[in-house]
Design a protein around this ligand. Structure first.
Ligand code: SF4
Length: 364
């Protein structure tokens, strides 16, 4: 690891000045430090922002949920307001990493984590994201975990997180400070597709410091969930995931939110499926048709073609669960654990949060 300067920020202004001068913000360090050890990230200076006064979770009078940048993922998952009003967010957080990591990882750090594409993580390999113009060996190589939607000829990496998938379903806004003052981006514009600039994961301006995430009130957010398919039940990145909220009355879908994880360079809001479902009957056939319409744009590789039917089943199974109807084939597929389904218990997972299982099930 190369040498670097480490400073602990005194306050937000101090942190901002240092970031504007080129320092990299250090939150929990659960991704950045790994990348530094691998030589993928080589900052000259780190500014520790983990002790800034940005650790609150507040429900504003108008119903907006405001989440500080330094709130540990474990605390956010366990927060009573999140558990009751945004269960998809709580479950997404609990489906990520391990209890120890969730105790360290922060809201802002989670948003800014880098792809786990094996070529990106290996400095002996070419990779357009790490070294622009060097090529993308994943497209013809190891791509099992990579994108099936929104990729480009330059990059097919996926955003590896879970939290941001639920935040995308809930139309979150990312707030940040720059030397010019406060600013914000809807999460849909915060994350970006790779295009011909895969080195940029987000549209966060250079020198900006994320301060908080807000989630607007959504009456049916309490009727939401998160499902994640992965190779093992714990401590594994998603092969596919779905955050969804559903509002059904008299068998008719009044409103719906769907976002997909591990499918694209950014959490993928399934607008096509949502539009197809609104105003129609809540049936397995309707869920299946909507999922198929969303995934019609998929361009998988030979190694990750399995993700398309996997995501199809995850969408249908998740919506069927929320609608309280059976008949969906919501299995993840051979050898893959769909570990946030309704049949799980709190018996076998270490969440780091008492009363909550590792797969997001709440142990009442
Ligand atoms: Fe690099 Fe993206 Fe290609 Fe992976 S998919 S090798 S991150 S350019």
């Amino acid at each position: 690891m190369k040498t670097f300067e480490y400073t602990r920020a005194a306050d937000v202004r101090d942190a901002l000045d240092r970031v504007a001068a080129g320092a990299t913000p250090l939150g929990g360090g659960t991704n950045l430090v790994d990348l530094m050890k691998l030589g993928v990230a080589r900052p000259d200076a780190l500014v520790d922002v983990s002790r800034l006064d940005l650790g609150d979770v507040v429900l504003d009078d108008d119903g907006t949920l405001s989440i500080g940048a330094t709130v540990p993922n474990a605390d956010l998952a366990a927060h009573p307001v999140v558990r009751t009003r945004y269960p998809a967010l709580s479950r997404a957080l609990l489906a990520a990493a391990s209890g120890q990591l969730r105790n360290r990882a922060t809201t802002a750090g989670n948003l800014l984590q880098r792809t786990r594409c094996v070529y990106f993580m290996n400095t002996s390999k070419p990779c357009n994201k790490r070294e622009p113009g060097s090529g993308c060996p994943a497209i013809e190589g190891l791509s099992r975990e990579l994108a099936v939607l929104g990729g480009s000829s330059s990059c097919i990496a996926t955003h590896p997180g879970d939290m941001a998938v639920a935040m995308t379903a809930f139309d979150a806004t990312v707030h940040f400070e720059t030397v010019d003052g406060p600013d914000q981006l809807p999460i849909q514009e915060f994350f970006r597709l790779p295009g011909d600039e895969p080195e940029r994961d987000t549209n966060l301006p250079l020198g900006a410091l994320i301060t908080r995430v807000t989630i607007p009130p959504l009456a049916f957010a309490g009727h939401s969930t998160y499902r994640k398919a992965r190779d093992r039940r714990s401590y594994a990145f998603a092969l596919g995931s779905v955050a969804a909220a559903l509002d059904v009355e008299g068998g008719i879908i009044r409103d719906v939110r769907i976002a997909l994880g591990a499918a694209s360079h950014r959490p993928w809001r399934a607008f096509t499926a949502e539009d197809a479902l609104r105003g129609g009957r809540a049936t397995i056939d309707a869920f299946s048709a909507a999922a198929g319409a969303e995934l019609a744009a998929a361009t998988p590789t030979t190694q990750n073609a399995f993700k398309v039917p996997l995501l199809q089943r995850l969408i249908v199974g998740t919506l069927a669960e929320l609608a309280g109807i059976g008949g969906a084939d919501d299995s993840a597929g051979a050898g893959i654990s769909d570990d946030t389904g309704p049949d799980r218990t709190a018996a076998d997972g270490d969440t780091g949060v008492r009363g909550v299982a590792d797969d997001g099930e709440i142990d009442a």
